[in-house]
Design a protein around this ligand. Structure first.
Ligand code: TYM
Length: 326
């Protein structure tokens, strides 16, 4: 039986990449008979490692909660929390800090990327230490399965290194953690298929985008040379990315879609893809606005979930503290 944990930083509007790479799997896993427990977090302490506005941050966190619920995270089946409301995450992160060599952190691609992106401007401890808190998020619930996009794989490896070191130093405590990936594990930018779709910049399709915005963004999406609608990641990265999105949202196979568009133009394909995305977002956005009008219910879900999470997390922390003699 699997114990599942995953999280998303509330550092911008959630986009199709977040949905296809992560949340879609969460929703499936919470229903699986092999699942013992699912905990999904809005990781608000991770979110403050990059620039944010304290005036709007609370609202941003709540919007991420609404996104999770509107996308199908079911409070009857899953524990839905804000990371900062379960302080055991950060307490365990501190303990892990003391057994994690800095050399395990400054070699991570995500760290190097951040430093490059910001020309060294955000070289604070939080950026470096970020994956240790992520390891604590996962291990505080003794989770063994983490549904994420493939950019998070180095962090899962690090989580296992920290778990192994802890087990070695203080006795068997944590089991191995496995990532859970799907075909949507890497949705690329619509403007540059060499980069992944991200929360910053306007190249992503936000789950909250209205039909006009979606149509406009897909119309403007870059395409490849040639005119065939064919999946070929090397020669046609842009069309392959659009085909992946089409496939995952429509439930049809790439072959079926390719066949349908034989002899048709990129413009025909993009027009139809825009409608597939709009149709997919419609029920999501309807649910989102219903929930937004019912914040008492959302608050109640969070309060109950966070209480449940604290019970599990404090039991793990108690065991860990005993093991290290605190
Ligand atoms: P974050 O907030 O960058 O992304 C959240 C999730 O969305 C996936 N994702 C994508 N998948 C496919 N294509 C894309 N273009 C794309 N962009 C993002 C990410 O892989 C991720 O699954 N460190 C994490 C948050 C975190 C976490 C955790 C995750 C903190 N603690 C514990 C799992 C377990 C992060 O920054 O994700």
């Amino acid at each position: 039986m699997n114990k599942i944990f995953s999280g998303i930083r509330p550092s911008g509007k959630l986009h199709l990449g977040n949905y296809l790479g992560a949340i879609k799997n969460w929703v499936e896993l919470q229903k699986s008979p092999d699942t013992e427990r699912t905990v999904f977090a809005v990781v608000d302490y991770h979110g403050i490692t990059t620039p944010f506005d304290p005036k709007t941050y609370h609202q941003q966190v709540m919007e991420a909660v609404l996104d999770y619920m509107a996308a199908g995270v079911d409070p009857e089946k899953s524990i839905l929390i804000r990371q900062s409301k379960v302080p055991q995450h950060t307490e365990l992160a501190w303990i892990f800090n003391t057994i994690t060599p800095v050399s395990w952190l400054d070699r991570l691609p995500t760290y190097k990327e951040k430093i490059e992106q910001t020309q060294g401007k955000y070289t604070h401890m939080g950026i470096l230490d970020y994956p240790v808190l992520m390891a604590a998020d996962i291990l505080i619930y003794k989770s063994n399965l983490v549904p994420v996009g493939d950019d998070q794989l180095p962090h899962i490896d690090l989580t296992n290194e920290i778990a192994r070191k802890f087990n070695h130093l203080f006795g068997e405590t944590f089991q191995t953690v496995k990532p859970h990936l799907t075909e949507g594990a890497r949705v690329m930018s619509l403007q540059d298929p060499a980069k992944k779709m991200s929360k910053t910049g306007d190249e992503g399709i936000a789950l909250s985008d209205n039909p006009e915005v979606v149509r406009e963004k897909i119309k403007k999406a870059v395409t490849d040379s040639g005119k065939e609608i064919k999946y070929d990641e090397d020669k046609k990265p842009a069309i392959s990315n659009l085909l992946t999105i089409y496939q995952l949202l429509s439930g049809r196979t790439i072959e079926e879609i390719e066949k349908d568009y034989e002899g048709k133009t990129y413009a025909d394909f993009k027009n139809d893809l825009a409608e597939v995305v709009v149709d997919f977002l419609k029920p999501f956005q309807k649910k989102y606005s219903e929930l937004k009008n019912n914040m008492d219910y959302v608050d109640k879900v969070l309060t109950e979930s966070e209480e449940k999470a604290r019970v599990i997390a404090s039991s793990t922390l108690k065991e860990i503290k005993e093991k290290i003699g605190i």
